[in-house]
Design a binder for this molecule. Structure first.
Ligand SMILES: C[S@@+](CC[C@H](N)C(=O)[O-])C[C@H]1O[C@@H](n2cnc3c(N)ncnc32)[C@H](O)[C@@H]1O
Length: 323
């Protein structure tokens, strides 16, 4: 757990000291120690995790309520917060309360506007160690569905125009990422090749390939990404890492793997992909992926594969292919 996550959890747990409740609480994206503390107050805890981080079971929608309380870890991005708040608030009883907690540098001090879309009142109940817990009440959330937050995107890459759907917080929401564009422009797939898109996001690779697509699967840690990708033909699963991909061996693994954790550059998912890809490829199968030009991947690629080719380099991104 990061130092910031620890501080945020600590203040949320501290804020619970004053409450002794019975009823049901929906815990949205909260750390395990906060879940335990919620349970200790007498509340019956149900989790909703949108991201399958750390082996958590993730789903696109909260388990059906009603709930007396919602305890939510502040997600990244204002439109993501609005959408997740609306979905969680719709599960609250009319006299229910929501606690939203996070760090100042994540934007917890300026959540009023998003809260007022679903609640009449909000107040800060604790603020310490650069973190805050905000309580909202007077819920007036109408029933919403994920569809209400969808954006249809039309994009062009390699002279080909294609469409896909995104949701708030899904990678590059509402546009085609420049790294993905370079990958698509340099991607050749064999007809009928069994393809895996690792970190598939909204299913952009499948949308681009269109009728050139063979049997396809994808995995992403974000349940909303998978919700979008499911518009494309294939098997799409929510999960953490290559081990979570649908069973079997693939002819071709394609990826624009993540290279950030929060604000920090972090290549560990990409490194794990390179190391473990050979075990998920048929003999002679290939891995094609894009990464920042600064990513030190060559040594790992040479160690894992016998043939490594740099397909493209636009100074910002590189596309590698390895067999
Ligand atoms: C750079 S984005 C690329 C998304 C999509 N392929 C595209 O190009 O638009 C990386 C994706 O990997 C997903 N991701 C991050 N960590 C992951 C993990 N440990 N396992 C699976 N997917 C992960 C993210 O949710 C994100 O959708």
């Amino acid at each position: 757990m990061s130092e910031r996550e620890e501080r945020a959890s600590e203040i949320m747990v501290g804020a619970l000291d004053a409450v002794a409740l019975e009823g049901r609480v929906l815990a949205v994206g909260v750390a395990d120690d906060v879940v335990r503390a919620l349970g200790a107050t007498g509340l019956e805890v149900t989790r909703w995790d949108r991201w399958a981080t750390g082996g958590r079971e993730a789903s696109a929608l909260p388990p059906e309520g009603p709930y007396d309380r919602v305890c939510m870890r502040l997600p990244k991005g204002r439109d993501t917060l609005s959408a997740m708040l609306a979905l969680a608030a719709a599960e609250l009883v009319p006299e229910g309360k929501l606690w939203l907690y996070g760090a100042n540098d994540e934007g917890i001090r300026s959540v009023s506007k998003q809260l007022r879309d679903s609640f009449d009142h909000d107040e800060s109940v604790d603020a310490r160690r650069h973190c805050r817990v905000v309580q909202a009440s007077g819920v007036h959330a109408p029933r919403v569905s994920l569809r209400d937050f969808r954006t249809e995107v039309e994009a062009t890459a390699g002279g080909r125009t294609f469409r896909f759907t995104t949701l708030p917080g899904v990678f590059a929401h509402g546009r085609l990422d420049e790294g993905t564009r370079l990958l698509l422009e340099n991607l050749s797939v064999d007809a009928a090749a069994k393809l895996l898109d690792f970190g598939c996001g909204a299913g952009v690779v499948a949308a681009f390939l269109g009728e050139r697509l063979g049997p396809t699967a994808g995995v992403d840690i974000d349940a909303w990404a998978i919700e979008c990708a499911q518009a494309q033909p294939g098997t799409w699963v929510v999960g953490d890492g290559l081990a979570a991909a649908p069973e079997g061996l693939y002819d071709h693994i394609v990826s624009n793997p993540p290279f950030h954790t929060g604000k920090d550059t972090d290549f560990h998912v990409m490194d794990a992909l390179i190391t473990s890809a050979p075990s998920r490829l048929v003999k002679g199968g290939r891995l094609t992926f894009v990464c920042p030009s600064t990513a030190p991947v060559k040594r790992a690629l040479d160690a894992a594969f016998s043939k490594v080719v740099l397909l493209a380099d636009d100074r910002r991104y590189r596309v590698w292919e390895a067999r």
